[in-house]
Design a protein around this ligand. Structure first.
Ligand code: ZN
Length: 361
């Protein structure tokens, strides 16, 4: 079954509008789907946009520590969930809201990669649920994942945000504004509490290059197309529905680069482009269909690698390069670029990666 062009156009137009309106606040889209009356169902925390028959895209705009977006595949008798959120609480909220769409049981969860915002709901599932990930994901989660990036800094940031909110509340004279800040603080503290509840739980089913799930009429391909965003990224591909779920290997915006394998990321994206699809459902951002956006991201990555290597040759440290690197020429494709500079964790990883390459890894 194909997605009708107009359906995708509606989803894209509305979601891109939502993206621009929410991106400035550093959030993913969500509310835009329902505000505009598109085929979406709104739960307490998650909204579900219909992409194809039985294929949904769940997004959240809070109040929980919302992580990535979730493609959800509802089959004749069961459900496959792509990624399961930042915390056990977020995953429970997702399952609760999912009842608005289906009462069929979740039988599979695919972890697209090891990052906490895609896997830390894993602990709520019993042994009857198969949590599938690339074999690297299991290894990474078992390797003291909470003391490594990106969890380490992200959780630190959340604690700092809560402290900053407390200060703002103390200084705020306007009662209505103070109430709004207090609500934000309550939500932030609840998020922090949830983060403390995390029990790193690795996939209980791993694979190395490809596995296929057949459920009723549905064929779901679980593909490792190469390293990129991390060393074990999974792409979930529905050949009949022509939908590809890319995790953070390809977002509609710039991805976190702190675990990147940069040169292979570019070639893995070539492999993604070779799939036959009408819609890309990314781990963050909005659905899209243009292969040109993938090419644009590849060009961003190449530029990042080239400039990083040049600046390092000039003797700049990773921290200095993070200030100096200038990727503003990619702003038209990635409007989140506001000026020169790049995420420090991405640049530190770039330096580490250059060392690995020099060492022949
Ligand atoms: Zn990620």
């Amino acid at each position: 079954m194909k997605i009708e062009k107009w359906e995708l156009a509606v989803i894209l137009t509305l979601s891109i509008a939502a993206w621009f309106s929410t991106e400035a606040r550093g959030q993913t889209l969500g509310a835009g789907f329902t505000e505009a009356g598109t085929p979406a169902v709104s739960g307490k925390v998650y909204q579900f946009a219909k992409i194809a028959d039985g294929v949904y895209y769940a997004t959240s705009n809070g109040p929980m520590a919302a992580g990535g977006n979730h493609p959800i595949i509802v089959n004749e008798n069961d459900v496959l969930l792509v990624d399961d959120g930042t915390t056990p609480g977020a995953a429970r909220a997702l399952l609760e809201d999912l009842k608005l769409i289906t009462n069929k049981p979740v039988r599979w969860v695919v972890n697209t990669h090891f990052h906490y915002d895609h896997t830390d709901g894993n602990s709520i599932f019993g042994p009857d649920v198969q949590i599938i990930g690339h074999e690297y994901v299991r290894k990474a989660i078992l390797d003291d994942v909470l003391h490594r990036e990106p969890f380490k800094t992200s959780v630190g940031n959340m604690a700092n945000q809560a402290e900053a909110l407390k200060k703002k509340i103390a200084d705020e004279k306007d009662a209505a504004k103070r109430a709004a800040l207090e609500a934000q603080l309550t939500a932030a503290q609840a998020d922090l509490e949830q983060l403390r509840n995390i029990k790193p739980t690795p996939p209980n089913v791993t694979y190395s290059s490809k596995m296929t799930i057949y459920s009723g009429q549905r064929e779901i391909q679980i593909l490792f197309l190469g390293r990129g965003h991390t060393q074990g990224d999974t792409v979930v591909y529905l050949p009949k529905e022509r939908v590809v779920c890319t995790g953070d290997l390809m977002e509609s915006r710039l991805a976190y680069m702190g675990s990147g394998v940069f040169d292979e990321w570019v070639t893995t994206l070539d492999a993604v482009k070779e799939l036959d699809f009408d819609a890309v459902l990314p781990g963050h951002g909005v659905p899209f269909h243009e292969k040109s956006l993938i090419t644009a991201f590849q060009s961003y990555l190449k530029d990042f690698m080239r400039q990083g290597a040049d600046l390092r040759k000039q003797g700049l440290s990773a921290d200095q390069t993070a200030q100096k690197v200038d990727l503003t020429s990619h702003k038209a494709d990635f409007p989140q670029i506001q000026g020169p500079g790049a995420d420090l964790r991405g640049v530190r990883r770039l330096y580490e990666w250059m060392d690995e390459r020099a060492g022949g890894k």
